[in-house]
Design a protein around this ligand. Structure first.
Ligand SMILES: [Zn+2]
Length: 565
């Protein structure tokens, strides 16, 4: 454990907790007695105190204005938002950290639409060819980003398609799957043992993205995921909706599948019996460590036809150089995505996706943090990197690109703190920091939360895998200890049920809808509190003698270690 008391030279300070709820930056303690604290140096504390709800409000108001046209990725409104953010960074005295001395980091993107001319047939050795109906029986994308691809290959059932050394699990058992099509199950081997794939909680191994990536790394040409509602925790409709229309991706850099697909369980079952395999039995055997890949007596014959469109957007990057030459090459990273869905021209009525909560709020916080750090009379030891990332709504693409092409190498970024959708509902009494408990920084997070009088609210549904659905995850994948900061459910002056009700109302009526708009009665005190909390954590992480890491054996620990070799 790294305690600040041993690590930061003693400094003059004030008690943080007195100030957390202070609105508009006017604090009870400012003129009052300077209570000694062991956490932040005086100038840092003064900068923290300057963070106000109203600053955040004005950024949110502008960024979610109809004139910003919903900040669509690769669209005029998104580019305007990026330019606004870059302008603020410059105004705060931060240095450009994008391409060629600018604040912009170009993110090359590709939009892929699977065309109806695509053919997808399962061919058991005996019996009839199964020509599948698109969207009803299967969905498929060609990840190679080519307009046409052909696959005619043997199908191998690989269980869950997972190799996880930390859980002593390997479905592949060194089988050569080059040129093969791999049929596999979604999710991960089931267990209530927290030491085995984190028990009920979903790990990244259970996500379909991991399964595609692992298969591609091994040289497979295709993956067929078997969809069973109980196993996926969502119905086929969800698979169909998220696999129809255009799908965006980063311009290809690594190995990719010609066929990345899902089929309905019933289809898999029919295929299995036509190829002399008992699917139920095979699925049961996949629960065991002793599972070995099974070659089916069947092939996939697919002709993929895609419309491929290139476009680009930008991450907006700025840096405040650290004060200590020894560690100024290392950094704390703050992230928030600025993109949203733009305008849907096929919709009548209000069709501008303003994204006030999602995620003008996170941008407002990011900008307010940038201003506060930029204005501090003393700089932290390590550098502070600020990144407003693009294409989050397209699948965390801007942050993925940043993780792979960070101006400060991933192994030198001590911590990423992300903000996404921080609702302007008033003063929170809780904070959510899911994922932080997996890092060596957690004791500091706990201590700071205590000082801020914020109770840490645990992830209510770890099995839903929310950790894998916001930008901090892209940074975790390249090894950076990362988590998002958000409010919990308990707000000052309200019972917890009020917060839960508000959340429910938001999800049902406004989430990813044009009605996620700015209103003048919104209360940004909570956003300000989350910014202050993140400021204190970031300053601390920038001052610790050692870089933060993942706990030993964590699923991201291996990436961390290899990034620091
Ligand atoms: Zn969103």
């Amino acid at each position: 454990m790294q305690g600040m008391s041993r690590t930061v030279p003693l400094i003059l300070i004030v008690c943080v907790s007195l100030l957390v709820w202070a609105e508009g930056g006017a604090s009870a303690a400012r003129g009052g007695a300077q209570v000694p604290s062991i956490r932040l140096p005086g100038p840092a504390f003064a900068a923290l105190e300057s963070i106000t709800p109203e600053h955040i409000r004005w950024h949110v108001r502008f960024l979610s204005h109809d004139l910003l046209e919903g900040r669509g990725t690769g669209q005029r409104g998104g580019d305007l938002a990026a330019e606004y953010i870059a302008t603020q960074f410059a105004e705060y005295g931060l240095k450009p950290a994008g391409d060629h001395g600018t604040y912009m980091q170009k993110v090359p993107l590709v939009g892929i639409t699977t065309l109806p001319q695509t053919q997808f047939a399962l061919l058991p050795k005996r019996g009839e060819a199964m020509i599948l109906k698109p969207l009803e029986e299967y969905v498929a994308y060609d990840q190679t980003q080519q307009p046409e691809s052909d696959v005619d290959a043997e199908i191998v059932f690989v269980g869950y398609g997972i190799e996880a050394p930390e859980y002593n699990w390997d479905d592949y058992k060194n089988a050569d799957v080059r040129g093969k099509v791999l049929m596999m199950l979604v999710n991960e081997p089931s267990s209530n043992d927290p030491r085995f794939f984190k028990g009920k909680a979903l790990t990244y191994y259970g996500r379909w993205t991991y399964k595609y990536e692992e298969a591609a790394r091994r040289g497979a040409v295709g993956v067929i995921l078997v969809h069973k509602a109980e196993m996926a925790s969502y119905p086929w409709d969800v698979v169909r909706n998220s696999n129809s229309g255009e799908k965006a991706a980063l311009k290809m850099e690594g190995p990719a599948l010609k066929v990345a697909s899902w089929i309905q369980y019933e289809v898999a079952s029919r295929l299995a019996s036509a190829s002399g395999m008992n699917l139920e039995k095979a699925m049961a055997s996949a629960q065991s460590r002793d599972f070995h890949p099974v070659t089916l007596n069947a092939r996939l014959k697919a002709h993929m036809m895609s419309q491929v469109r290139s476009f680009e957007s930008n991450n907006v990057l700025a840096v405040l150089p650290g004060s200590d030459r020894g560690v100024a090459g290392e950094a704390v990273l703050y992230t928030a995505h600025y993109d949203h869905f733009g305008i849907r021209s096929d919709m009548t009525g209000d069709n501008i996706f303003n994204g006030a909560a999602d995620n003008a709020t996170g941008c407002g916080i990011l900008l307010e943090l940038a201003r506060a750090f930029g204005s501090a009379r003393e700089r932290p030891h390590r550098s502070i990197l600020f990144a407003a990332v693009t294409a989050e709504e397209q699948g965390l693409l801007g942050s993925e690109y940043l993780g792979k092409h960070s101006p400060i190498p991933a192994g030198k970024i001590t911590l990423d703190i992300n903000y996404d959708d921080v609702k302007p509902l008033g003063a929170p009494e809780e904070v959510e920091v899911s994922g932080a408990e997996r890092t060596t920084f957690y004791p500091n997070v706990q201590a700071t939360a205590k000082e801020f009088r914020l109770a840490i609210r645990p992830d209510a549904r770890p099995e839903a895998g929310h950790f894998y659905r916001s930008d901090h995850f892209s940074l975790a994948r390249v090894g950076i200890p990362s988590f998002s900061i958000n409010e919990g459910m308990k707000y000052k002056g309200h019972p917890e049920s009020w917060g839960i009700e508000k959340e429910k109302e938001y999800v049902e009526k406004h989430y990813h809808q044009p009605s996620d708009e700015y209103h003048s009665e919104m209360d940004f005190v909570g956003d300000s509190a989350m910014a202050r909390f993140g400021f204190a954590l970031g300053w601390e992480a920038a001052s610790l003698p050692k870089l933060v890491g993942w706990e030993k054996g964590d699923e991201f620990d291996a990436a961390r270690i290899s990034s620091q070799k």
